[in-house]
Design a binder for this molecule. Structure first.
Ligand SMILES: Cc1cc2nc3c(=O)[nH]c(=O)nc-3n(C[C@H](O)[C@H](O)[C@H](O)COP(=O)(O)OP(=O)(O)OC[C@H]3O[C@@H](n4cnc5c(N)ncnc54)[C@H](O)[C@@H]3O)c2cc1C
Length: 316
């Protein structure tokens, strides 16, 4: 039975689903201690208990109101040295991918990034894609380690009602570091982020104009999806970079990924090939995207997408 600490992310007063996935999966391995930084974390005690947390800790301090890797690490390191977990984990979100290796370096622990499969047991085993998904590394470890899990790859099951665990509050002891929070500039989009959505509908260069992405947005609205893009579409100015999926964009693992007019270059596949079901719509049946697709539709996306939207609206 392991004792594990899990870093929990909050955004706009909500818990990140990716953090809950980590808590739930690791609760099969042993005693999970959920750690939240900043005020307001205690509001999630019941939810975290239902997902399997056995300890809930809130670290408070004025410097923790806004995220910086330096201040969060400074608050976590002394706390973890006292808690003494066997290992530490979190979600491989933008924040997790920034914070967790920083933390591992300061603790002098190992770091295993972007894990997609976990096997509980006396010797926990982690698998992570490498070389743009062409190989998979199997990782085990003996000493303490920090592990980040790719959002959506573990899967979230319905929670089980549990008696809420009492929240333990701790004051941050290190104070503010040299890095200063200045301003948060939020994106305008009201859609889910591509890394968190259960369904992602992406368009490529073939969308031709930013205006044409409206047909993907209409379909996305019907199914509650995020809209992603290939780098060619982003480079052409059709979508902002935050929507880019791939090696130099975001890595996604939704239940359903729909690639519309995307050829399937290796750098794009690196960002989406661990999606559970992949649908490709493309006029050219010889494109590599069809090699990873579960369902391939050969045809013009400008005809297929509006038809699909109309039919799905009828089903609703
Ligand atoms: C270092 C490096 C990093 C990179 N990082 C990324 C990355 O993070 N993400 C990424 O996506 N790419 C990345 N790339 C670029 C990548 O190599 C490809 O150039 C890019 O993915 C191609 O985008 P695309 O599929 O939209 O365009 P194209 O390759 O031009 O494909 C367009 C596709 O649309 C189809 N099509 C045309 N008209 C229609 C229609 N009406 N209906 C249906 N289908 C149609 C065509 O058959 C074709 O398959 C990177 C490249 C490098 C070198």
């Amino acid at each position: 039975m392991s004792k594990m600490a899990v870093f929990i992310e909050m955004k706009a007063g909500k818990l990140k689903q990716a953090s809950l996935e980590v808590v739930q999966v690791l609760s099969m391995q042993g005693e999970v201690h959920a750690i939240g930084l900043g005020a307001g974390f205690e509001a999630f005690a019941a939810t975290l208990s239902d997902y399997g947390a056995k300890g809930i800790h809130q670290i408070e301090g004025p410097e923790l109101e806004h995220y910086t890797a330096e201040n969060f690490t400074a608050a976590l390191v002394p706390f973890l040295k006292t808690l003494q977990p066997d290992w530490m984990a979190g979600a491989h979100t933008s924040m997790g991918a920034d914070l967790l290796p920083h933390l591992a370096a300061h603790l002098d622990w190992g770091y295993c990034a972007d894990v997609t499969t976990f096997e509980a047991g006396p010797q926990p085993t982690f698998r992570r894609p490498q070389y743009s998904g062409k190989a998979t590394a199997q990782v085990t470890f003996s000493g303490p380690m920090v592990v980040s899990f790719r959002p959506n790859s573990l899967g979230l099951k319905p929670p089980t009602k549990a008696t809420p665990v009492l929240v333990t509050k701790h004051a941050a002891t290190q104070g503010a570091g040299k890095v200063k929070f200045v301003q948060l500039i939020e994106g305008q989009s009201t859609r889910p982020d591509v890394t968190e959505a259960n369904v992602v509908i992406s368009g490529g260069r073939s969308m031709k104009s930013a205006e044409n992405f409206k047909i993907l947005e209409e379909l996305a609205d019907v199914v509650g999806a995020a809209v992603g893009a290939s780098r060619a579409a982003v480079d052409a100015g059709l979508r902002p970079h935050r929507d880019q999926v791939g090696q130099t964009g975001k890595v996604v693992a939704p239940s359903l990924y729909v690639a519309c007019g995307i050829s399937g270059a290796i750098q794009h596949l690196a960002g989406m090939r661990t999606s559970k079901t992949i649908v490709a719509i493309n006029t050219n049946p010889d494109e590599p995207i069809f090699q990873v697709a579960d369902i391939g539709v050969v045809g013009d996306l400008f005809q297929i997408i509006p038809l699909l939207t109309t039919e799905l609206k009828k089903l609703k």
